[in-house]
Design a protein. Structure first.
Length: 109
């Protein structure tokens, strides 16, 4: 999991940190996207279950509805491969555009 420290004095989970080299966090694909505050009940339940070493497996006791589960990726989700390819392409394009921009800047100087 990749985290960055921001100006608001908090750590924020990241999926990708661009640069040379770019770092893509596979765990961050699932964990980093912020859930809306309306799912606060879900966070509370997950913390309570974790303190008792009980892990939710997606049965009827979950607080999130089946509609909410489709919005976010979970471990073992078939869509993770597509998302990982998208992040890899983002890193490649970002790196190539930086090189193009630096070349054009040097040519104008």
């Amino acid at each position: 999991m990749i985290c960055t420290f921001s100006e608001d004095w908090h750590y924020h989970a990241r999926t990708i940190v661009g640069g040379s080299p770019s770092i893509i966090s596979t765990t961050g694909i699932v964990e980093a996207p912020a859930k809306p505050p309306t799912n606060q009940e879900w966070y509370i339940k997950q913390m309570q279950l974790a303190t008792h070493n009980i892990y939710s497996d997606g049965d009827e006791n979950d607080v999130i509805s089946s509609d909410g589960k489709e919005k976010y990726l979970d471990y073992g989700d078939y869509r993770i491969n597509f998302v990982a390819v998208g992040y890899a392409l983002q890193a490649l394009f970002s790196l190539s555009l930086k090189e193009i921009r630096s070349v054009t800047i040097l040519q104008t100087l």
